[in-house]
Design a binder for this molecule. Structure first.
Ligand SMILES: [Zn+2]
Length: 173
């Protein structure tokens, strides 16, 4: 099995790295992942895109292909409801159609595990995936904050593969 690489925002220089030597995981559904999707697709390896279902652009959102780091995109979203740096569901469907790309789950609102809120958040996440005919079985903990209780809850919803801090950050290569 290949080591697992963690990516968020995607930039041109990253394609100079030996990405084919890793299973690639892309977090947060950032629009720059879609901007470079043709290149990503052509890499001879498996890819998982971890999506927070509450952080998806609408079909009307005017998206920006500007390079922005994921924390900055999250700040713009949480402060100004700005979804311009995220993919929309049509784009996610296109990603899902590629035989070597998988859509994984990454909570609904990118929350840390907090008990009751987690149950509510997970129900919303499942509903959004269902509404979009997706049935993810891979889950990536937001902030790589792994939690046994959260993992048990997710197993009840059919998740079998879990991802978090064991991944190598592309910025550490
Ligand atoms: Zn994330």
């Amino acid at each position: 099995m290949k080591p697992i690489l963690m990516l968020h925002e995607v930039a041109e220089w990253m394609f100079d790295l030996p990405l084919q030597d890793y299973t690639l995981t892309f977090d947060d559904g950032l629009y720059t992942q879609y901007v470079h999707f043709d290149k990503i697709k052509s890499i001879d390896t498996d890819k998982i895109f971890f999506i927070s279902t509450g952080i998806v652009a609408t079909e009307q959102t005017e998206q920006s292909d500007e390079f922005i780091q994921c924390h900055a995109a999250h700040s713009k979203l949480f402060e100004n409801s700005d979804l311009s740096h995220y993919m929309n569901w049509s784009q996610l469907q296109e990603v899902a159609k590629d035989p070597r790309c998988e859509i994984g789950a990454h909570s609904h609102m990118h929350i840390r595990h907090t008990g009751f809120n987690t149950i509510h958040d997970t129900k919303l996440m499942m509903k959004h995936f269902e509404d979009n005919n997706l049935k993810p079985t891979s889950f990536c903990f937001p902030y790589n904050d792994e939690n046994e209780v959260y993992r048990c809850l997710l197993k009840q919803y059919g998740f079998t593969k879990f991802y978090g801090k064991e991944r190598i950050d592309i910025y550490d290569l």
